[in-house]
Design a protein around this ligand. Structure first.
Ligand SMILES: Nc1ncnc2c1ncn2[C@@H]1O[C@H](COP(=O)(O)OP(=O)(O)OP(=O)(O)O)[C@@H](O)[C@H]1O
Ligand code: SF4
Ligand SMILES: [Mg+2]
Length: 352
């Protein structure tokens, strides 16, 4: 698949606070991935694993305390890593759009919804007249199934339900037919039936515009229903990446196996959250040299505590960062089941 977005070695650190005891937070330690045209890639991982910071780093939406470094960041082959804040802002509405968990953080509570959409459209397309814009806004509201869109044009955000607000946000994000939509927990705050409507809307608009979606979520059912590929993050690193079906059928990282521990609920069609692994997330101020999952991993060896594993390619498009995949690792208590012996023979370390 043609790569639309390419990210290589993204690192994001938050400067230490005012107290001399505060240490810098290494929120994203080294992240690389690609997003193909029109595809939907899921990003999963526990709270604090660096999902949102990864997304916000890509679009320049972090506070000034953040230091973002990246070896390569290209959109459609052209580097965007050196754009000014202003250029990034322009890119953001037009080519990369973002939707957040809580639409109220993005909507102005004091401004009528119709006018907010209108302003967004006029900021990017100055050729339309006022009347044309109004017609377009009402059309957009209708398209995302907001009842009585002419009337709703004049409503304030608090007069909308949570699901309606999120549909409006998605409509705004997709209005300019962006090449990429980054959706950070877009349905987490909504109840299940409304979630479904919002996801269906995203899929429909994606079908119409060919937009690529980077979907950050805690919800494995959402991943299963929406994503062709999944990135699993832990401690500011990608631990495993695989086509969705492979990840569910043959997870090749102990952390992923832990996350999928709640799979039976998923099979019953219920939504489930990634919070089932005992132990605490790593301290991002002092990540150390080893595997960040080692303190919680029952397969951890001395080697795991000393050094971070490289990526091993376990199948086409499937990589995992775990020492158990090393050809020299003893396979006796491996969590990878019957496939283990065969897979480990095929493993090839990738460049890190
Ligand atoms: N503005 C900030 N200043 C300092 N540290 C931050 C800031 N934003 C995030 N962090 C830290 O960066 C790390 C990664 O946070 P991030 O928000 O990316 O996690 P996440 O994976 O999105 O979690 P969640 O699932 O809870 O949304 C965390 O340790 C967090 O405390
Ligand atoms: S590298 Fe070691 S500690 Fe990390 S997940 Fe693999 S076995 Fe566990
Ligand atoms: Mg987040």
């Amino acid at each position: 698949m043609e790569s639309l977005l390419e990210v290589r070695r993204l690192r994001t650190t938050f400067r230490a606070g005012r107290s001399r005891h505060d240490a810098a937070v290494q929120a994203v330690r080294s992240v690389d991935f690609q997003l193909g045209r029109g595809e939907t890639v899921g990003v999963v991982g526990e709270s604090g694993s660096g999902k949102s910071v990864t997304a916000l780093s890509l679009v320049g939406l972090l506070p000034k305390t953040a230091l973002v470094e990246v070896d390569k960041l290209t959109l459609d082959g052209a580097s965007i890593s050196h754009l000014s804040r202003r250029q990034l802002r322009d890119l953001r509405g037009r080519r990369i759009a973002m939707v957040f968990q809580d639409p109220m953080t993005s909507l102005n509570p004091l401004m009528r919804v119709g006018r907010q959409i209108d302003e967004m459209i006029s900021a990017h397309d100055r050729r339309l007249t006022r009347r044309e814009r109004k017609r377009r806004v009402i059309g957009l509201l209708a398209e995302v199934r907001i009842p009585e869109p002419e009337k709703r044009y004049n409503s304030y955000p608090h007069e909308f339900s949570g699901g309606m607000r999120q549909r409006v946000m998605i409509a705004m994000a997709m209005a300019l037919r962006p090449e990429i939509l980054i959706a950070d927990e877009p349905t987490t705050a909504l109840d299940v039936t409304i979630q479904d409507q919002v996801l269906r809307l995203m899929r429909r608009l994606q079908g119409e515009s060919g937009t690529s979606i980077l979907l950050i979520t805690h919800d494995l059912a959402v991943v299963a229903g929406m994503c062709s590929r999944v990135i699993v993050m832990y401690g500011g690193l990608i631990m495993e990446e695989a086509p969705t079906t492979s990840l569910f059928a043959q997870p090749m990282h102990p952390y992923t196996i832990g996350l999928l521990g709640s799979l039976p609920a998923l099979r019953q069609g219920q939504s489930d959250r990634l919070d089932s692994i005992p132990g605490a997330p790593p301290d991002m101020t002092a990540p150390g040299d080893g595997c960040p999952f080692a303190p919680r991993c029952k397969y951890a060896r001395v080697r795991c505590e000393r050094a971070l594993a490289p990526y091993y390619a376990v199948a086409d498009g499937h990589r995992s960062r775990c020492w158990l995949l090393d050809a020299a690792a003893p396979g006796a208590d491996s969590p990878f089941g019957e496939a283990d012996g065969e897979l480990r023979r095929k493993v090839v370390p990738l460049d890190d």
